[in-house]
Design a protein around this ligand. Structure first.
Ligand SMILES: [Zn+2]
Length: 360
């Protein structure tokens, strides 16, 4: 389990050319333990860090219990460092060697699956769930006052009063549920909220949530109160991903419009790298499969697409790097910025597959 802070901490680890990052898909449906061990051996074949390769293999052979659907391992024997992240979400097999951990795949997972709050609501109460990275973290529930219908046969004036009392009771319960939910989610790094229940109850709950929380609601769906947490998780992942696409589209539109006006945003690799080098980036936005080779200054860390071997910023020596984008991710995260990985967007494609919202 990890959060943005974990990734920032991880990026403090630097060692010239000697951090090994390994991502392995261990989904049971993809084959046995033997199968992923074989894939791992093939991945590590090309890596010229015998001690780190040994440390990673030792972990998989001796300690790894095969639980989960993926795992990330960062090794730097030189610094006596080994960190493991078991994952409940599948990842692509990949190996990286560099002067710091490659956390980009972990940042992607955080972006799509981090910090879900789900509220199931009915007339009487609520069930609350906190999911993070595909796993249930915590759940809780509350029940308000009992809601009674007027009985048949009672006179209409009495029934009218009963109906009003009935609706008032529901409203009171939903109001209480909203307060309960805010309290539950407040300290849990919630990035988005989903609400399940009947249309009427969902709408009622929405109006009872504080404004700031209403803006975190990314989806609603019909679901009964007795659903299992696996059902809720499945629904949350689906609805969340759809909402994510929509939010991404808005973000890209805002970024491109602002960049065109030259106000607090940039688009395209050159301008984005300049902003990254100036530590101006608030949110780095790029297409998931975008990679671009380039150069990095060994002294000041500046990233550039073209270099004659000398850094224009500080006069230091530049070296080639296979992927400027993952370098930029590392730099932005280590300076307190955020990452937004986009799965598909024609608009972003057209402006060069990468851009950023700036702090100023
Ligand atoms: Zn430099």
């Amino acid at each position: 389990m990890y959060h943005e802070n974990t990734l920032r901490e991880l990026l403090k680890l630097t060692a010239p050319k000697a951090v090994l990052s390994v991502y392995l898909n261990t989904e049971p449906s993809k084959g046995s333990a033997e199968a992923y061990r074989l894939r791992l051996r093939n991945l590590l074949k090309e890596v010229d860090l015998p001690q780190d390769v040994q440390a990673v293999e030792l972990f998989f052979n001796r300690q790894f219990d095969g639980a989960g659907r993926g795992v990330a391992v960062f090794s730097c024997v030189e610094k006596d460092f080994l960190q493991i992240f078991p994952l409940a979400i599948p990842v692509h097999d990949a190996v990286f060697v560099g002067d710091r951990p490659n956390v980009r795949p972990l940042a992607d997972l955080l972006d799509d699956y981090g910090g879900y709050g789900v509220i199931l609501i009915d007339q009487q109460g609520a069930r609350l769930f906190h999911f993070h990275l595909g796993e249930l973290q915590e759940q809780d529930g509350m029940f308000g006052g009992e809601v009674k219908h007027a009985k048949d046969g009672e006179d209409s004036a009495f029934r009218g009063g009963q109906t009003r009392a009935y609706e008032a009771m529901i409203e009171r319960n939903v109001k209480e549920a909203a307060a309960f939910a805010v309290d539950f989610f407040e300290k849990k790094h919630i990035r988005r909220i989903l609400i399940g229940g009947s249309d009427h109850n969902v709408a009622l709950l929405r109006t009872q949530l504080p404004k700031a929380w209403q803006s975190l609601v990314v989806g609603t769906f019909p679901m009964g109160m007795t659903a299992s947490h696996t059902d809720v998780l499945e629904r949350a992942m689906e609805v969340g991903q759809q909402a994510e696409r929509k939010r991404e589209a808005h973000l890209i539109e805002r970024m491109i419009t602002s960049a065109a006006k030259g106000s607090s945003a940039v688009a395209g690799l050159e301008d984005t790298l300049a902003a990254v080098n100036n530590e101006q980036v608030m949110t780095l936005v790029f297409l998931q499969d975008y990679h671009a080779p380039g150069y990095r200054c060994q002294d000041c860390d500046f990233l550039v697409t073209k270099s004659e071997g000398v850094c224009e910023g500080c006069g230091g020596v530049t070296e080639t790097v296979p992927d400027l984008v993952s370098r930029a991710v590392g730099s932005v995260l280590s300076h307190g910025g955020d990452i937004e990985t986009i799965h598909a967007s024609d608009a972003l494609q057209q402006v060069g597959k990468i851009g950023a919202l700036l702090r100023y």
